[in-house]
Design a protein around this ligand. Structure first.
Ligand SMILES: C[S@@+](CC[C@H](N)C(=O)[O-])C[C@H]1O[C@@H](n2cnc3c(N)ncnc32)[C@H](O)[C@@H]1O
Length: 279
């Protein structure tokens, strides 16, 4: 677990905070340092905003940025800092220690954060979930078939798909910690997700399904577009983990190699996600 701290001048703190919240929608920890304010974000490596992005967000207000490994009290700090994430007004991703939403009308995905990428706070995950909700709206409950979460991390996308009625749902990842996290989180959510280990770079194409959720970065998405999947081929693929300027290239690669054409595109901060459908 890392702690990323940004110190800004007090007189510019509010403006800087607004910019920082665009990068860290789950919220920031605030510490009063007199004429300065420190905003800190906690997260797994890879899930935190990059230092150049943070510097740009803090702008002229910036005094200092620092990164530290979080020690003994990290669990409590993390708990204080982490907030439930609402997606599209009807899906809520929360940690086990957050209370369920009052009224119980929104679908809840409970993720124990910190084990693997995918707390729901990162734009790339949120955009995937938004497109998944959009897809669910246009897919009658009886025709939601099998789904595959490629690069499942915490399992958040697979679990959301299972809760929305896709079945059977599976996921793969090259990290053992992700497989363990996906299994633990699926169990905690009372859904079945078959998680297996597979490395797209060293083992070639991963298993497919009629719906594939792929929150991977551009190079891996281009590889998936070119190499395809073993077994079932997707009729719908949600691709995320793209910077906005990379989306056209990835959409073109899936159209050319897999016959999947862009049906929707979402943006969040500097990120973009694509909903691709078989033409
Ligand atoms: C951006 S995270 C997405 C996690 C989760 N699906 C989400 O949407 O929040 C990308 C995931 O892909 C996995 N990954 C990276 N390289 C991979 C590879 N070569 N083969 C399989 N999985 C990989 C990472 O371990 C990570 O869990």
């Amino acid at each position: 677990m890392l702690r990323l701290a940004v110190r800004v001048r007090r007189e510019d703190a509010e403006l800087a905070l607004a910019e920082l919240l665009a990068l860290a929608p789950a919220g920031v920890e605030e510490t009063d340092l007199g004429d300065r304010v420190e905003y800190a974000i906690y997260g797994a490596p890879g899930e935190l905003p990059s230092l150049p992005d943070l510097r740009a967000a803090a702008g002229d207000a910036l005094v200092d940025v620092s990164t530290s490994e979080v020690a003994d009290d990290w669990a409590q700090r993390w708990r204080d800092f982490h907030r439930p994430i609402a997606i599209g007004g009807r899906l809520r991703v929360r940690a086990p220690w957050h209370a369920p939403a009052p009224g119980g009308e929104s679908l809840e995905v409970v993720i124990d954060p910190g084990q693997a990428f995918g707390t729901g706070a990162h734009h790339t995950t949120r955009l995937c979930l938004e497109l998944l909700l959009e897809l669910a709206d246009g897919t009658p409950p009886g025709s939601r078939g099998a789904a595959m979460d490629a690069g499942c991390g915490s399992g958040v996308l697979a679990i959301a798909a299972a809760k929305l009625g896709w079945a059977p749902v599976a996921g793969f990842d090259h990290e053992r910690a992700s497989i363990a996290a996906t299994r633990d989180n699926a169990l905690a959510n009372g859904v079945e997700v078959a998680a297996t280990r597979h490395d797209l770079v060293h083992e070639g194409p991963g298993p497919g399904a009629p719906l594939v959720l792929a929150n991977l970065l551009r190079p891996l998405l281009l590889r998936v577009a070119r190499d395809g999947f073993t077994g079932a081929q997707p009729d719908v693929l949600i691709a995320s983990g793209l910077l906005a300027h990379e989306a056209d290239e990835v959409a073109a690669a899936f159209a050319e190699h897999r016959g999947l054409r862009e049906a929707a595109r979402r943006h969040g901060a500097e990120w973009a996600a694509l909903l691709l459908r078989r033409a």
